[in-house]
Design a protein around this ligand. Structure first.
Ligand code: IMP
Ligand code: MG
Length: 180
């Protein structure tokens, strides 16, 4: 792992792949404990694009039947949230009457999950669980319960493992932080 440059900014190594894998192991264990012995067939909701790698890692570890649905929301431009969340792609399948486990890459202000919660309730979800790879606890100020959190980080801008800076950086298998 070494420093990378994306557009006009430099990023330095922050969370190595091995650490990402072990925290996903731990969070998948919790999801398995909650669903393995139930008759429920939950829907995993992959929030594109950032959550694509995390969703696949979670799915590989689940030991119960589940479905996969995707959607795409966007609020971030550059390195900060615009506060204005737009649904760029509707849900790819019907989720009414189903338990939905939202799989997010990162929860920052929480605006995105508030909007998702609203959309899922409107579409008739039976139950909604929130799972995120990363949480910025110093920034998150919403009331929605975060059921499964793999890692907590400081309030800084990161890329890699699905996360982007203006669409670049998603392909790195480690996570990098904006260089000060
Ligand atoms: P929120 O709506 O403020 O919680 O932001 C959530 C969305 O913003 C995430 O799904 C990401 O796509 C994006 N985002 C938030 N923080 C970062 C970051 O540090 N790097 C890259 N994208 C981020
Ligand atoms: Mg993004």
């Amino acid at each position: 792992m070494e420093r990378i440059t994306l557009h006009d900014k430099s990023f330095v190594p922050y969370i190595p792949y091995e650490k990402i894998m072990s925290s996903i192991d731990a969070v998948a264990d919790k999801i398995n404990a909650d669903f393995k012995d139930t008759d429920e067939i939950p829907v995993l909701l992959c929030v594109l694009n950032g959550s694509i790698m995390f969703t696949s890692e979670i799915m590989k570890r689940l030991e119960f039947d589940c479905e996969l649905v995707s959607t795409r929301l966007s609020s971030y431009t550059g390195t900060s949230s615009s506060g204005n969340v737009k649904q760029a792609l509707g849900l790819t399948a019907d989720i009414s009457g189903k338990t939905v486990i939202v799989i997010e890459d990162i929860v920052d202000t929480g605006n995105t999950i508030v909007e998702l919660d609203h959309i899922l309730k409107e579409k008739g979800a039976k139950d909604i669980r929130m799972c995120t790879m990363l949480l910025k606890p110093d920034v998150y100020d919403k009331d929605i319960r975060l059921d499964y959190v793999a890692m907590e980080i400081d309030n800084s801008f990161i890329v890699g493992f699905g996360l982007d800076y203006n669409q670049l950086g998603r392909n790195y298998k480690d996570i990098y932080i904006l260089e000060k």
